[in-house]
Design a protein around this ligand. Structure first.
Ligand code: MSP
Length: 633
């Protein structure tokens, strides 16, 4: 049964096992779901975003036993760590479901009884294999050397009286459903995998255990507990009040728009869960998307390898927004992706500190400097602004399309082309020259246009890096809350507003490990040389941190530059060719081992390289961004 678009959006994450604390892989799924939830809220959809914990089953029972705790006492502790992590990561869930909630348990029992009455569940016995970490039943033919085909760990033999669900009856119906509902299983590769799994033969599914006591009892046969996966998938309905008097959530939100899961649990979500829903005769979710795995430097995360990444430590070090941005930007959604500290730092420095942070910082500094009091009337727009406006409008559309296609990595890639283009716009309109020529209304127009792009960009960003987006908006004098339609308007920012200066949005990260390595490789004391010894010159790339004129000189600028593992002051005679502001954030080639010189009372600790063409100076900068302190040679 198809439903009309009700302007609602129901998105879910898997409910995680509280067998241990969560790692970066879990944070990945939940961050993606959060960005999609926030994006749909922006578009005025009524969103219901569900996450939670899957608390029953053999795995939890065993761990609690090992710890000498009751399963409930054990999971209570771990679930508290889930909720704290989600708060720190700014996960805007609408409900957190625990499968030990009474309402959930009641619904699971009711559904079990309904399917038993209908004949879809029947009493039998089970003899086969079981993987406890995955809580999955396997047939001999599906395993290799007694190992679980999903996780590769050993399976156990199980022989028990059990109840079974007639899953085998649903093979044709499922295949037919897939065919008539393209887009139900995404990405495409996952669809093919599920089809061949069904075609290789579906057996009935064991849905109760007698050997496991930590579970929801079968209502009419209490020595059985309900199989944990049968219990777990029903969370998507129990959170909506399904089959209760308060089922308004169910009425508004079912069928779910998107179940977001990792690829290893697609089978449960696209075969078992739909078959249960078909047996209940209720509509199926619109899409189940299986994303890839996050691996650490190419390897699967595991406790035994000791490479499990704790998202809490990353948040402590880099902040939640940087982690959220990295996960969504760096990893192609749907494929496996690599998590590495170096890649994270590169993204923070290049995209967040340099492209976005610097755009905001440069522009706010210019507002402060050129218009400390009043902002003059804005000059008419020129072609440059019209082009920028067209580009922004196009990017906003592309962002929307990519998010709807579940491609957040592409959505962000597009958005950054706008941010970079706006940095270029600043370079080419050269506000410092406008200021010099006292063309204040044109200058005001240019700064306003950058502010306008930042206003637009802050809207999609509020779905991805909500804290930073709110900071940008505060600097623009805008409220935290925003709406998607506002991103489609040009000149929506009020003309008398300004960008208020603030702390840098994302400070550049100097990777300690790299810095240490650099130090080890460094000559302890640089050899001081005369100009004649030019061939011995040490050349490096410096990033300009601050730039100002030296009082009493129209030629000299005093710069503070970053050389990777140190900062230096440079006094350079480039003041006629460059406005100080235009240099901030730029990378320059410098000589680092000339004897320091005092110039007009300031010590110059390096020399900028510049080409001179009949008095016209041009500094040398690398063609693409490199680490400050990189050696030129
Ligand atoms: N409790 C079941 C899910 C029931 S849903 C009705 C479960 N829980 S789990 O704690 O094992 O979490 C599995 C989910 O965590 C995966 O589906 C995936 O979303 C996420 N991930 C776990 N490890 C991951 C990576 N290394 N990389 C990416 N996601 C990973 O299965």
């Amino acid at each position: 049964m198809e439903t009309l678009d009700k302007n609602t959006y129901y998105i879910t994450t898997p409910i995680y096992y509280p067998s241990d604390k969560l790692h970066i892989g879990h944070a990945y799924t939940t961050t993606a779901a959060d960005a999609l939830a926030r994006f749909n809220r922006l578009r005025g959809k009524k969103v219901f975003f569900l996450t939670g914990s899957d608390e029953h089953g053999q795995k939890i029972q065993r761990i609690a036993d090992e710890k000498g705790l009751s399963p409930k006492a054990y999971v209570d502790q771990i679930v508290a760590t889930f909720q704290s992590l989600w708060n720190r990561l700014n996960i805007s869930y609408d409900d957190f479901i625990r499968t030990t909630n009474k309402d959930h348990e009641t619904l699971v029992q009711r559904i079990f009884a309904i399917l038993y009455e209908k004949g879809d569940i029947y009493k039998s016995s089970y003899k086969g294999l079981y993987c406890t970490p995955c809580e999955a039943f396997w047939l001999e033919r599906q395993t290799t050397d007694g190992k679980c085909p999903d996780c590769g760990r050993p399976v156990e033999e199980v022989e028990e009286e059990s109840y079974s669900f007639r899953l085998s009856n649903y093979s044709d119906k499922l295949l037919e459903y897939y065919k008539t509902h393209p887009g139900f299983i995404q990405p495409e590769a996952s669809l093919h995998e599920m089809e061949s799994f069904i075609k290789s033969g579906l057996e009935d599914l064991c849905v109760s255990r007698t050997a496991v006591s930590w579970g929801i009892p079968v209502p009419f046969d209490k020595k059985h507990s309900i199989y944990v996966w049968f219990d777990a998938v029903i969370n998507y309905l129990s959170a909506l009040g399904f089959l209760t008097a308060q089922d308004n959530r169910y009425q508004s939100f079912w069928p779910a728009d998107l179940h977001l899961v990792g690829k290893e649990i697609m089978r449960f979500h696209t075969i078992i869960w739909p078959a249960i829903l078909m047996a209940l005769d209720i509509p199926l979710p619109k899409t189940v998307f299986g994303h890839g795995w996050l691996v650490i430097e190419g390897e699967k995360m595991s406790k035994s390898k000791g490479n499990v990444v704790d998202p809490n430590l990353l948040i402590d070090e880099f902040g939640a927004d940087a982690i959220r941005y990295f996960l969504l930007r760096d990893i192609t959604f749907g494929s496996d992706g690599n998590f590495s500290r170096d890649a994270l730092i590169r993204r923070i420095n290049a995209d967040l500190a340099n492209d976005l942070g610097n755009l905001l910082h440069r522009t706010s500094s210019m507002y402060e400097k050129y218009f400390p009091k009043e902002i003059p009337e804005l000059a008419e727009e020129l072609g440059e602004e019209k082009d920028l406006a067209d580009f922004a409008a196009q990017i906003i559309l592309e962002f929307e399309t990519a998010m709807d296609a579940l491609e957040p990595h592409i959505a962000l890639e597009k958005l950054w082309t706008l941010i970079r283009r706006t940095n270029k716009y600043l370079d080419t309109t050269a506000p410092w020259t406008l200021a010099k020529n006292k063309d204040y209304s044109r200058l005001a127009r240019v700064l306003y246009s950058v502010g306008e792009v930042l206003r637009i960009v802050s809207i999609p960003l509020s779905a991805v890096i909500p804290t930073s987006a709110a900071k940008i908006r505060a600097q623009l004098g805008l409220p935290k809350d925003c709406f998607w339609q506002e991103a489609k308007i040009w000149n929506g920012w009020e003309e008398d507003k300004r960008i208020i200066k603030a702390e840098p949005l994302f400070p550049r990260i100097e990777d300690e490990k790299e810095t240490k390595d650099d130090k080890q490789n460094e000559v302890p004391k640089e050899e001081e040389i005369e100009f004649a010894d030019f061939l011995k010159v040490h050349l490096k790339i410096a990033t300009v941190l601050t730039a100002e004129r030296v009082k009493g000189s129209d030629k000299l600028l005093r710069l503070e530059v970053d050389l990777g593992n140190e900062k230096r002051q440079i006094v350079a005679g480039i003041g006629k060719a460059y406005e100080p502001d235009s240099l901030i954030g730029k990378q320059l080639a410098v000589v680092t081992n000339l004897k320091p010189r005092k110039i007009m009372g300031f010590e110059s600790q390096a020399m900028i390289l510049a080409a001179e063409d009949a008095g016209n100076l041009a500094v040398l900068n690398p063609e693409k961004l490199v680490k400050a302190g990189s050696i030129v040679g």
